[in-house]
Design a protein around this ligand. Structure first.
Ligand code: PRT
Ligand code: ZN
Length: 293
């Protein structure tokens, strides 16, 4: 086993797989995945000291805790459910979902407190038990591994506790959400003893984390270029903090300047509206590929 290779586990096939591999590609990590990936358990990167293992998502935290791999990309919900003591390195912003308690629309249960003495079907018994204990609700948990949403209709349970993203599975099964137990997204986690195992691995992880942060930061920002009458520059630059401060370049046309800056994705439309109202014209919005430092 090489001490100079960081071993990363990703989901072999499922909701996390594509985004995990795209993130690695955006970080410049070259993986030769030609042919069918289905047979391959592991692939070594061509240009970065990383070996990628393809595993079931539920097994990833355990493999890290056992030292079989050093780091992994997995849903936070799985980390909490498996109760593994791993280090959270980075939230990755994809596979966002929530674990929610839901009941049939026609149920007399209106809030989670009404679940006392009832039966709840879930694939997340550990997280659900903790939630119920915190609320001092005594309900029985029926663990099933899939198709949780059909349990009430089959008479197996009074309620379910399952992952929700768009909510359409709940709707099509006549279920309504009562409360969110947990919010989750994909996370990069690491073996707690990674430094003790090999200082070299920590260095590789630091390099990978730096690249991931640059990619994630870029996704959260847009590059904005606009034309501003010179007398509106002050009010326009106040709306555009930029990384340090906006760049202002005079246009060939007298009395006008081009303003370049960076805005955050979440405040984006509000800022664009305010810029227009302040007199900005020809506003261009450009995605940023990497945002370093
Ligand atoms: O084979 P393996 O064990 O690796 O995969 P898996 O089948 O256990 O997991 P997979 O690929 O389904 O999900 C992997 C991870 O994606 C989960 O652990 C979550 O962290 C995350 N994730 C994000 C989701 C969802 N969104 C999601 N909507 N996981 C499952 N769902 C299911 C949910 O269980 C329900 O059946 O999708 C349905 C609800 O979706 P909506 O859009 O109808 O609300
Ligand atoms: Zn799974």
């Amino acid at each position: 086993m090489s001490e100079n290779l960081l071993r990363l586990a990703v989901q072999k096939s499922g909701r996390l797989s594509e985004d995990s591999l795209s993130l690695l590609a955006e970080c410049g990590v070259g993986l030769n995945l030609s042919g069918s990936r289905s047979g391959k358990l592991r692939v070594q990167a061509s240009n970065f000291p990383l070996e990628v293992f393809f595993l079931r998502d539920d097994d990833i935290p355990g493999y890290i805790a056992d030292g079989v791999v050093d780091i992994g990309i997995v849903g936070e919900n799985v980390v909490l459910e498996t109760k593994t003591d791993v280090l959270l390195i980075e939230r990755l912003g994809f596979a966002r979902c929530r674990l929610s308690v839901a009941v049939p629309k026609i149920s007399s249960v209106r809030e989670v407190a009404d679940l006392n003495g009832k039966k709840i079907a879930t694939s997340y018994p550990v997280v659900l038990r903790q939630f119920l204990d915190e609320r001092r609700i005594s309900a029985s948990i029926h663990e099933i591994s899939g198709s949780v949403e059909i349990a009430p209709g089959m008479g197996l349970a009074d309620a379910i506790c399952d992952l929700v993203s768009s909510g359409s599975t709940l709707i099509s099964n006549g279920l309504v959400e009562l409360e969110t137990v947990l919010r989750s997204e994909a996370v990069l986690v690491a073996d707690k003893n990674i430094v003790a195992v090999a200082a070299e691995k920590q260095k590789i992880l630091d390099r990978l984390q730096f690249r991931i942060q640059s990619v994630l930061r870029a996704k959260q920002h847009k590059y904005v270029v606009l034309n501003s009458p010179n007398d509106a520059i002050n009010s326009i630059t106040e709306l555009l903090p930029g990384m340090k401060s906006p760049t202002i370049i005079p246009l060939a046309q007298e009395g006008w300047s081009a303003v370049h800056s960076v805005v955050t994705e979440d405040a984006f439309w509000e800022i664009i509206e305010s810029l227009k109202a302040a007199g900005a014209q020809g506003i261009l919005v450009v995605p940023i590929e990497k945002m370093v430092g």
